[in-house]
Each structure stands twice: as structure tokens, then as C-alpha cells.
Design a protein around this ligand. Structure first.
Ligand code: SF4
Length: 354
């Protein structure tokens, strides 16, 4: 797509033969500094508990909520930062009385959900204490109703917050998305997220404390983070924690994401080589969220096949997102209803390429 999001006409740009991006281009460039946003408190209209927008099926048992608008982490690939109503990176809005409102909503419901996914459009544990405290208050309320909290974070849960979550460990599932063990690259891809080694260390601690922990390799960036060199250290680190399954999903692109990738990655020479891979990819529907441009199907198949082979070498199982691969015809996939995103479980050696 062009900067304005329109599709480049086939043939205008010669097809690239090189599939892997050159990481050494990063070596001599300073990683830009990013500032934390200012926190403002505001009221929120409408209910907090809503159907999960990232699921492609309606499941009354799993709801979602956002108690924050905006995100401190500033990942270029983020779909939430590309929303037309996104207020920018300078301000983060924390909704007032979120925990009490959630308590009231749960009290009024005739049927309690099994789980609530926090938060599809932001990170529940950014490096901002007010947000982490609000997340903990909501998790405490959900636990009082015996409703599970599903949390996905690129952040680091501060020790005092962890102590508050500890009594509810059996009701909490934490998913850590990971992209690379190369810290320099990580700072470009996920600028204000916690370093990968900190997330791995925290995952080990959470497992020892009885929390449910999951890992997601997402988004995979073609030619950059989906290589053997990038994937093996991540899989080995996850396996070393005793975890035998991992999920994965490739980056998808919309006009706003395209713009953010150009702005943040082009200084490193990374935007165009990645975006070129999407120029001829299909625009696919994505359940109840807007359609997006995806990597060509054959490229995704190749990438997942490599990941699946590497996982199988380690006796690990790979789950791929059904939401981000709606064009895959799966041979009797097992659909996971116990995860934030609908996922298809691939048995070892199984083919989905037909
Ligand atoms: S941490 Fe998540 S919500 Fe926040 S900017 Fe990154 S991808 Fe978006």
C-alpha cells in the first residue's frame, strides 16, 4: 500500500528477491527515545464489559474491557494506535471508577462471563503505576465474582501489583507476546515495552506463583522476526520455562498501521522492505474488526511451516490465529476457546497447505 493506504499497482516496483532483512543496518543508528504519555482521568460512557472484538465468534462466556484509552508502549504495528479516534501518544486516558462500574455491571448480569479479556486496545501493565493499580483493582473485582482475567502484556508487572494479584493467581491468565531476543531490535519494534529477558523472568516468577502463563510470537514480521535465527532463541527460552505450546500470528496492515510503520521504521530502513512484502497480499475480513491487508498466503504458509518445524524439534505445539488467517482451510482444526484470540491448534507434522 502507499502512504495513503491505496494499493500499489502490480509491476510498478520490481519484485524483491531477497527475503531476509539486513539486521546490520540497525547497528549504526541511534534508537530514538520515546516519552511516556501524560495521564488524564475521564468518565466513560456506555458499559465497560463488551463482547471481545478480537474474536471471530460471539462467545457470551468471554467478554472484554478497556479501562484505558491509548497505550504507553508505542509499537508501530499496533492496530489500536491506528484507530481514527486514537488521541495520539502524548495522552493516556484512564477511565474513572472503572473497577466499581465493572462490579455494578457484574451484579446486574443474569449470567456471569467465564472470563474477561483486559484490554484489547491497550496494555494493562505499562510503566505507569496508575494504570497497573487500576488493572489490579479490576482483576480483584472479577475474582470476587469468580470470573477469570485474561491479560496480555508487553510490560512488566510491578512487585506491589503482583502481590495484589497473587491471591487470585488461579483466576489469572497472563499472555506474553514476544518478538525478538535482540534488545536493540526490540527497542525499535516495541519502544516502551519491557525487555524480552524481563518478560521471560517475570513469566518464570508467575509460573512459580501458580499463575497461568502463555506465550505468543506476535506479530511476526516477515523477513525480520520470522527467521530461524530469531525464532530459535525465543522457542528455547520458552521451552526452558517448561511451556510446550506457543501461538503465532503475522503482522496485518491497515492504512494507519502503514503510516506508523513508515514513520517509526523507515529511519532504520525497515519499513519499505516489510511493507513491500504486503503489496500483493490479500485484504481479508477479520471477524468483527475491520478487514486488513495480510501477507500473501504462500508466505504465511512458509513462515508457519518453519515455526512449526522448529517447535516440533522441541516437542512444542504451535497454535495459529484463526482471526489473522481466515483464508487457511484447516484439516479439522481444534479451535481453542480458552484463549483471548480464537486459535487453531496444529498437531506436529500436520499440513494446512491445501
Ligand atoms: S503494547 Fe499492545 S496495545 Fe500497546 S502499543 Fe504495543 S501492541 Fe499496541
Amino acid at each position: 500500500m502507499t502512504r495513503s493506504g491505496s494499493v500499489r499497482r502490480a509491476g510498478r516496483r520490481p519484485k524483491r528477491k531477497t527475503r531476509l532483512l539486513e539486521l546490520p543496518v540497525l547497528a549504526n543508528l541511534p534508537v530514538p527515545g520515546y516519552g511516556l504519555p501524560r495521564v488524564v482521568i475521564a468518565g466513560k460512557g456506555g458499559p465497560f464489559l463488551r463482547p471481545n472484538p478480537l474474536s471471530d465468534f460471539v462467545d457470551e462466556d468471554v467478554l472484554s474491557l478497556n479501562h484505558v484509552s491509548g497505550c504507553a508502549m508505542q509499537c508501530a504495528f499496533c492496530y489500536a494506535r491506528a484507530y481514527p479516534r486514537y488521541a495520539g501518544d502524548a495522552v493516556l486516558t484512564l477511565y474513572a471508577d472503572a473497577a466499581e462500574r465493572v462490579r455494578r455491571e457484574l451484579t446486574q448480569r443474569s449470567h456471569l462471563p467465564r472470563a474477561v479479556y483486559l484490554c484489547p486496545s491497550t496494555d494493562p501493565f505499562p510503566p505507569i503505576m496508575e494504570v497497573q493499580e487500576q488493572t489490579a483493582r479490576i482483576v480483584e473485582v472479577l475474582a470476587q465474582f469468580r470470573v477469570e482475567s485474561w491479560l496480555m502484556t508487553r510490560g512488566f508487572i510491578r512487585p506491589s501489583i503482583l502481590e495484589r494479584l497473587q491471591p487470585h493467581a488461579d483466576m489469572i491468565q497472563v499472555t506474553f507476546p514476544l518478538m525478538t531476543r535482540n534488545e536493540r531490535l526490540r527497542r525499535i519494534l516495541e519502544p516502551l515495552a519491557a525487555p524480552t529477558r524481563m518478560r521471560l523472568r517475570q513469566a518464570k516468577d508467575l509460573l512459580a506463583r501458580g499463575f497461568q502463563v502463555r506465550f505468543a510470537l506476535e506479530p511476526l514480521i516477515p523477513g525480520l522476526t520470522d527467521t530461524r535465527e530469531q525464532l530459535v532463541p525465543l522457542l528455547d527460552a520458552i521451552k526452558a520455562l517448561g511451556i510446550s505450546s506457543v501461538s503465532a500470528a503475522y503482522l496485518f496492515v491497515r492504512p494507519g498501521i502503514h503510516r506508523n510503520l513508515e514513520n517509526q521504521w523507515e529511519p532504520f530502513g525497515l519499513a519499505n522492505p516489510v511493507l513491500d512484502r504486503y503489496a500483493e497480499g490479500p485484504i481479508l475480513p477479520m471477524g468483527r474488526i475491520a478487514a486488513a491487508r495480510h501477507l500473501p498466503r504462500s508466505d504465511r504458509q512458509r513462515g508457519y511451516a518453519l515455526l512449526m518445524a522448529l517447535a516440533a524439534e522441541r516437542d512444542m505445539t504451535l497454535h495459529i490465529s484463526a482471526l489473522t488467517n481466515p483464508d487457511f482451510s484447516m484439516p479439522s482444526p481444534a479451535i481453542r476457546h480458552d484463549r483471548p484470540l480464537r486459535q487453531m491448534q496444529l498437531g506436529q507434522g500436520r499440513s494446512w497447505t491445501e
